[in-house]
Design a protein around this ligand. Structure first.
Ligand SMILES: Cc1cc2nc3c(=O)[nH]c(=O)nc-3n(C[C@H](O)[C@H](O)[C@H](O)COP(=O)(O)OP(=O)(O)OC[C@H]3O[C@@H](n4cnc5c(N)ncnc54)[C@H](O)[C@@H]3O)c2cc1C
Length: 503
């Protein structure tokens, strides 16, 4: 069978672009097509959650994101002549295990641009003005029809083509949930004269409407959101938007660069996979914008799918790809519930109900775990702090190549195996790992000053204590930063029981 490429990705939004970058660093042949003539130009999803920042660290684009983004300011609730300061998003201090604890304010157009630059550095072109129109699949591959008329033969097709996904529709996958057509928001990116930039301004009820204006970092722009009345169909001309904003807030808006009407949908795809076709991001789940979860959940879908596609294309069992839906669909279902709950809080008008707007730990997405799922059986060993399927936390340590933290060691498309204790270290020698697919990097963790490329110095026991190690243990970390296995004895047999799914 001749394949032109391994994977065709429909949609160069945050989800498709993350997947493209991950597959490119695995050496796969891909194409990334997008129906739109250019990259998205609005601020839309502006909250990048801590877990996504860890994905960016792994992809090597964290510094760019931190440079182009900024912290969320305090909210400023406008109640008549009074502006009440309000901490809507909890501010957390970095800890040894959570280095990026806070949500980053980064407009979506900049997130997309950072990912697009990364794709460009891999020498890959994004094909704008090119839509996926349909596909046919057989046991060996997928033949995709593009709007140019071209037919592309690929091993897998991924629909990261947003909420109205053509791939999802062509696959006949149901999108179950609600759209409330009477609920509409007007979103505008523009400049506002004389409105302070140190507050996320909110007018909870002005002329019967909710209005918010969030200052976008390193610019003179705000993202403005106005909740419309059910019967309203606003004029999107600049003059009309300026007038409406002045009536609602008394401030002068100008230099509008983007505006859009948004109807919150709450829907989940019945399946994330149909044979060789996958859905990811908004194509698979859409939520209300409350809580800033959509972009983040999409990026993490891509991060979960990328290494699995890479491994299966390199010869791992096809069943590894079933674990994508099994792991990610319940996460999206949980996010849908959470964002809907937060969104319902917006309807409450009293001051005491402002607490329902508060964002906390769940939104940071650091607690996501695949424990007790297909790749993380509940009847396998755990440590004092970690179970299989949990996020692999960061920890200070020193290692080869100037590594100062365990996240430096994890950075890249490989699996990592940490061996704690003399018996665990000795048994590493028996491991055989295939040369195709993602590499396995194994390390002995100890307290010696050894400059060996497979030795991690944990003299202060930070790593051992954060990882809850009490006896001889192997900890296998998947390429997407979750615990793949915890082994305490019968090393090779237990290792093969897990890794038979991985390669
Ligand atoms: C007002 C608002 C605020 C939000 N705030 C947040 C937030 O703070 N945090 C957060 O995480 N999320 C937020 N979201 C949600 C977030 O914007 C989306 O979840 C995110 O854009 C989804 O990314 P995606 O790549 O899956 O899809 P999209 O960004 O929709 O990208 C899909 C891409 O596919 C392309 N495409 C469409 N059809 C085809 C086709 N047939 N062939 C090829 N390409 C196609 C499109 O042109 C587009 O570029 C917000 C949304 C809104 C509206």
């Amino acid at each position: 069978m001749i394949y032109n490429i391994d994977v065709l990705i429909a949609g160069a939004g945050p989800t498709g672009s993350t997947l493209a970058a991950d597959l490119l660093r695995r050496g796969l042949r891909i194409r990334l097509v997008d129906k739109s003539p250019h990259a998205f130009k609005g601020s839309r999803a502006k909250g990048v959650q801590p877990r996504t920042l860890e994905v960016f660290k792994d992809l090597g684009i964290l510094d760019e994101a931190l440079t182009e983004g900024g912290p969320y300011p305090l909210a400023g609730i406008h109640l008549g002549p009074i502006t009440l300061p309000w901490r809507m998003i909890k501010s957390n201090k970095p800890t040894p295990s959570i280095p990026y604890p806070n949500t980053l304010l980064l407009p979506q157009l900049r997130t997309d641009a950072i990912l697009h630059r990364l794709i460009d550095r891999f020498g890959q072109r994004i094909e704008f003005n090119t839509a996926v129109e349909g596909f046919e699949q057989d046991v060996d591959g997928v033949t995709v029809t593009l709007s140019s008329g071209e037919k592309v033969r690929c091993r897998y097709l991924v629909g990261a083509d947003g909420g109205s996904s053509a791939v999802r529709k062509a696959a006949g996958i149901g999108f179950v949930g609600d759209t409330d057509d009477s609920d509409k928001w007007l979103i505008i990116d523009g400049t506002i004269d004389k409105l302070s930039r140190n507050r996320w301004h909110m007018w909870p009820r002005t002329h019967g409407k909710q209005v918010a204006a969030c200052p976008l970092p390193h610019s003179n722009q705000f993202q403005i959101m106005i909740r419309l009345k059910p019967e309203e169909n606003p004029n999107l001309d600049e003059a009309a938007l300026v007038e409406q904003f002045y009536i609602l807030t008394g401030f002068r808006l100008h230099s509008i660069t983007w505006s859009s009407i948004f109807r919150p949908n709450i829907r989940l795809a019945k399946n994330y996979r149909m044979g060789r076709v996958f859905l990811a991001g908004d194509a698979a789940h859409v939520h209300t914008p409350a809580g800033g979860q959509g972009l983040n959940t999409g990026i993490q879908d891509a991060y979960n799918l990328g290494w699995k596609l890479g491994q299966v294309i390199s010869g791992a069992p096809e069943s590894l790809l079933d674990t994508y839906e099994a792991e990610r669909q319940p996460i999206a279902a949980g996010v849908l519930g959470k964002t809907t709950e937060l969104y319902a809080g917006l309807d409450k008008r009293s001051l005491s109900s402002l607490s329902s707007l508060k964002r906390g730990d769940e939104e940071r997405q650091l607690g996501i775990s695949y424990y007790a799922g297909l790749l993380a059986p509940a009847d396998t060993p755990s440590t004092k702090t970690l179970r299989v399927g949990d996020r692999a936390p960061d920890a200070p340590c020193t290692g080869p190549g100037g590594a100062r933290r365990i996240f430096d060691i994890y950075q890249g498309p490989h699996f990592t195996l940490l061996a704690f204790g003399a018996n665990a270290a000795k048994s590493l020698l028996q491991i055989k790992w295939p040369t195709n697919g993602a590499e396995l990097r194994s390390y002995i963790v100890g307290a010696k000053q050894v400059s060996d490329e497979n030795y991690i110095n944990d003299a202060a026991s930070n790593l051992a204590s954060i990882y809850g190690i009490t006896d001889d243990t192997w900890v296998l970390i998947r390429p997407d930063g979750y615990i793949g296995s915890i082994i305490k004895n019968d090393w090779m047999r237990n290792f093969s029981n897990v890794t038979k799914f991985f390669y």
